[in-house]
Write a protein that binds this ligand. Structure first.
Ligand code: GUN
Length: 293
């Protein structure tokens, strides 16, 4: 079997077109021009590329973006002070602190300092709690991208055996929560799964991943999932983005797994573009729920 390739790039473009239309309507009807503040601390090259891509995507959707660059020597309190100012700025609707942060910074304190109403990453305890209770304000960008891709490719999750590999706060944990809900971002068929989450301490990982009708991998290890670990015909979603020499590769060994899976996302061009599209969605939502500046 050769797997169907799930083209995240074209789906993301479609979503971005839809968002641009909604942004134009918000400007037109309520005079609100959505604005995203991105905070970048230090010189991490990958983070610089991500932030640049986010700025370009904002511009194309009619969303304003402001970049706040801070030196790598920045302290936790300096960063928290900047965030307090951004929280109070009525012209800024969404705030994103690009991760990872330099080691001396207390990441939890910083993320907790972002106002939940502007928390377009959905990292704050309040927003995580709302997701867990099935009444989200914002959905976290990468997990939401996964759900959008599945929904828009007509891959139902209801009643399916879903295995998530990875338990990060950014991807694994919120994905588990979203797959479990009675209603997902595209309705009940886009959730209601039977979900297993495995991680670095799971015993006999392959035995668990082989059960998956839908396998989502976000473990941050290049080519970690090989064909022996995958059920024939499974839908395989690769969230990993790893640099191997001058190449970007996922957490799934595309070469071997694409021969046995029913469908698979490529890296690059799979989930990555959807993450950015869902950030735009959250910025638009933040602007819509703001008081109207
Ligand atoms: N770094 C890697 N992924 C993410 C993300 O989803 N949000 C932020 N803010 N930083 C990241």
């Amino acid at each position: 079997m050769t797997a169907r390739i799930l083209d995240g790039k074209s789906i993301a473009l479609q979503i971005r077109k839809e968002i641009a239309i909604e942004v134009a309507a918000l400007v037109d009807r309520r005079g609100i021009e959505p604005c995203l503040a991105a905070v970048l601390v230090g010189e991490d090259p990958a983070s610089q590329v991500y932030v640049k891509n986010k700025e370009i995507a904002c511009e194309k959707a009619g969303i304003r973006s402001r970049l706040f660059r801070l030196p790598s020597s920045t302290s936790t309190s300096e960063l928290v002070e900047l965030l307090s100012q951004l929280n109070c700025d009525v012209k800024i609707h969404g705030i994103l602190v690009q991760l990872p942060l330099p080691k001396q910074i207390n990441e939890r304190l910083v993320l907790d300092a972002v106002s939940p109403a502007k928390d377009v990453d959905a990292f704050s305890p309040e927003n995580v709690g709302l997701i867990s209770q099935g009444r989200p304000r914002f959905l976290p960008c990468t997990p939401h991208g996964v759900m959008q891709l599945l929904g828009r490719c007509q891959i139902e999750t209801a009643g399916k055996e879903v295995v998530v590999v990875g338990r990060s706060e950014i991807v694994g944990k919120p994905l588990v929560s979203m797959f479990l809900q009675k209603t997902g971002p595209l309705g009940p068929t886009n959730s209601n799964a039977t979900v297993t989450c495995c991680h670095s301490q799971s015993a006999n990982l392959a035995r668990i991943t082989q059960r998956a009708e839908i396998l989502v991998v976000a473990i941050g290890k290049p080519n970690f999932i090989t064909s022996e670990m995958v059920r024939p015909g499974a839908v395989v979603i690769d969230v990993g983005i790893n640099r191997l020499g001058d190449k970007l590769v996922g957490d799934v060994d595309f070469e071997s797994v694409s021969k046995i899976a029913g469908a698979i996302t490529p890296v690059p061009g799979g989930i990555g573009p959807l993450t950015i599209a869902m950030l735009l969605r959250n910025t638009l939502t933040a602007a819509s729920i703001s008081d109207g500046f």
